[in-house]
Design a protein around this ligand. Sequence first.
Ligand SMILES: [Zn+2]
Length: 272
Amino acid sequence: MVDTVRHADLLLPGLGVEVAEVALGGTEAGLALRSPAGSAACPGCGRRSTRVHCYYQRCLADRPVAGRQVQLDLRARRLVCGNGSCGRRTFAEQIPDPRRRHACRTNVLIAQLTDTALFPGGRAGATLCGRMAVTTCKDTLLRLLRALPVPLRESVPYLGVDEFAVRRGRTYATILVDTSTHRPIDVLTDRTAHTFAAWLTELSEVRIVCGDRAGSLLDGARAGAPQARQVADAWHLLHNLAEAVERVVGRHRGVDWTTEGHAELKNVPQPA
Ligand SMILES: [Zn+2]
């Protein structure tokens, strides 16, 4: 048994409006929307009113449908409050949807764009959106990304740390990773021991600092988290091993291994 649904319930779930008209273009679809409610409650005193003071129009971009960009044209009412003792003379009826007042996109479209910014990123995300009939640009995606709330810092008993080049040979920063979840948790603007130590002093629960056991980050870990044990991560272990093997192989490059049982040394540099 299939229930009959209204267009608005299918296209705009939870919005609480009616679709008055649908206009289809080659690449666009326009939906004229109106509020179905006969009366609305004044936010000042709670009294309901049906007296229309004026109408106002809101335009919102929504998710594409069948490869068409969707534009919502919402006709909403400003009503007169009939309560003489109320401080509000008129009020705008609230469409039952928690979207921002002056937004030009619906919440679901903003959520979709934010996900796009989080995964493919700004420029690639904008290209992907173009293929999906969503008009946007990399700057908009990056702005949505920056508007996301910073997650609260949770307990990090196992901390991974490493430096990376912002501009190779010139500017370096430090990335900090929760090795339990393999998620980056912060980025420091340089790779100095002082900055790292100051960051660590806020985290008394760090038990293990995992990274390169050399350089300024080691000093920062000692100063900022003296209780923590420092271990080398797998990448640095393999990297150090590869460097050691390379040194040994280079040192014995002149060995003639063809003489059975008697490797003949030729020009082997002796260790100092
Ligand atoms: Zn009122």
